[in-house]
Design a protein around this ligand. Sequence first.
Ligand SMILES: *[C@@H]1O[C@H](CO)[C@@H](O)[C@H](O)[C@H]1NC(C)=O
Ligand SMILES: *[C@@H]1O[C@H](CO)[C@@H](O)[C@H](O)[C@H]1NC(C)=O
Length: 316
Amino acid sequence: MQFSTTFSLMTMVAIATAAKSFGLVTIHSGSMFQYAEIIGHDNDPLLYVGSSSGSKTGNFVLNDDGTLSDWNNKKIGINSSGVAGEVGNGISESKDFGVSDEHLTYGGKEVFVACPSEDQKGYVLSVKQCDKGTGVSLRVMNSSDVKESSSSTTPTTTSTATPSPTTLTTAAAPAATTSSSAPASGECNFGVVTIKSGSQFQYQALKKVDSHPHVFSVGGSEGSEVSLTLQKDGSLKDQDGRGIYVDPSTGEFGDVDPWGKEQPSKSFSIKDSHLVFNDKDSFYACPSGDNKYSLSTKDCTGGTGIALHVVDQKCA
Ligand SMILES: *[C@@H]1O[C@H](CO)[C@@H](O)[C@H](O)[C@H]1NC(C)=O
Ligand SMILES: *[C@@H]1O[C@H](CO)[C@@H](O)[C@H](O)[C@H]1NC(C)=O
């Protein structure tokens, strides 16, 4: 008896201090680093900010000893110039990582900078200032509050994600009320990150691409990250003040046309940290070209059901 009590106490302690797994999304509003990912490339130990073709990304794990591991299960360290990457070759292990207020910290502070890489092809992640560097916050996408679309029908998720969606929504309701109590009175500005665990659409930004503003891209290296404002009438506008239009026949989701013929769609809301349209939090990433995907409210050939997770919400 006594033994089992001790055992369960120890189990509880073990759970309380268990390593934390999460995705990372960069925040720096008004810059090209708003809602970008932390990525890696084959045969290159460094961590980069942003997306580019052939890149890899995934969850990070913050270990109890303050070390951080990446999706390759390799420890992340810092070299003497402050550049972050997988340990080895001048990059030494660090135990200074932490999470505070849902942001990644280093030495207890938010010190991250996107620095132009030596080959000028991208931006490396650093903990020290650098020439032409841009400070970024690294927002932790906590897997315990990042939920799949509640009406997702794609049966690829594990059994833990499947228990009756209604129960999940009810259980999560108190938390949602606290976080979304402000919106009722004013307008809320926010970013969105796509959610579909185990797929390439986990933590992708929505992108507005100049050649097709009427339909946003899901991820990809073209265009700029979309940020949205939910207005009192249930319509949305983007960072350039353009209204958002959902084509009722195709489901394509993007800016209203520039000729003033389309009215912004209404019936948008935020529920449980998800963007909701006509009471549904299900959206689709539809193939639209070579490794390109567009955002739709309707399923399509080769489409993947995704949720749009609201991040960095600020309400007036
Ligand atoms: C740290 O890594 C960066 C990126 O590879 C490199 O430019 C810099 O020279 C390295 N610093 C040292 C002291 O090796
Ligand atoms: C994720 O959320 C849970 C519950 O809200 C919290 O206990 C945990 O510390 C969070 N993890 C991170 C990494 O912030």
